[in-house]
Write a protein that binds this ligand. Sequence first.
Ligand SMILES: Nc1ncnc2c1ncn2[C@@H]1O[C@H](COP(=O)(O)OP(=O)(O)OP(=O)(O)O)[C@@H](O)[C@H]1O
Length: 252
Amino acid sequence: MADAAAALAGAVVRYPGRPPIGPIDLTVAHGEIVALVGPSGAGKSTILRLLAGLERPSEGEVRRATTGATGFVFQAPTLLPWADALINVALPLELAGLAPAAARERAAAALAAVGLGDRLDARPRQLSGGMAMRVSLARALVTEPDLLLLDEPFAALDSVTRRRLIEDLHRLWSGRAPRPAIVFVTHDVEEAVYLAGRAIVLDAATGAVSASLASPGALPRPLDWRADAAYRHAVEELAAALSRAMPADQAA
Ligand SMILES: Nc1ncnc2c1ncn2[C@@H]1O[C@H](COP(=O)(O)OP(=O)(O)OP(=O)(O)O)[C@@H](O)[C@H]1O
């Protein structure tokens, strides 16, 4: 655990009226990018909430590195509608006790890092979906987390915006020292293979990890990696593992 950003050991979550989720064993190394894929309802968001400390397991353990913050990005950007981008991003720092002027200075730098240095005073409704997601990313990164949790962050975006944001996320991740660990949920096997070093497949029937597939090649990937045979092969393998994890009534 000393060298891990977070870990689940035999974690089980019981909700009334459904089979338990887990037991789940998952160790996320410092600086690692892990994709969580699996059928709808398998427990992907539940795992993120466990890792974030937003929920406690019924059995088993959740371990977090003792130092470092956790950043969380939800599928919908969840920005304060009455506040501009700068205030939205500064908020976590001000809540942590930083003086407003210092918080806003760091927030401005975080927004510049996601390409929104010229939109500091824009309200959420004045931003496109992709821009709002960038603000949400900046807000998660401004506390310099050692663990970044992303719940289907790109699902609502068009494919061009989605690709751009994935490139940005790789750039932000590789530009930080030390690099944060990232765990993200996705339904998109191509996104999982391209963005992550490793993909974890959750099984709908057992609620446990049914496969762990390493994605080939070093991170961050070059732009043209999607044309590579190794990439295509990894996508096919992950799609097959996901298909095996589907409940009978959802299988194609
Ligand atoms: N607070 C809760 N109370 C009761 N049941 C819950 C609660 N949260 C989640 N569940 C149930 O637990 C299961 C796992 O939910 P979770 O949201 O983790 O799945 P998921 O894999 O993220 O699904 P999706 O891909 O559809 O977002 C689902 O059957 C869900 O209905």
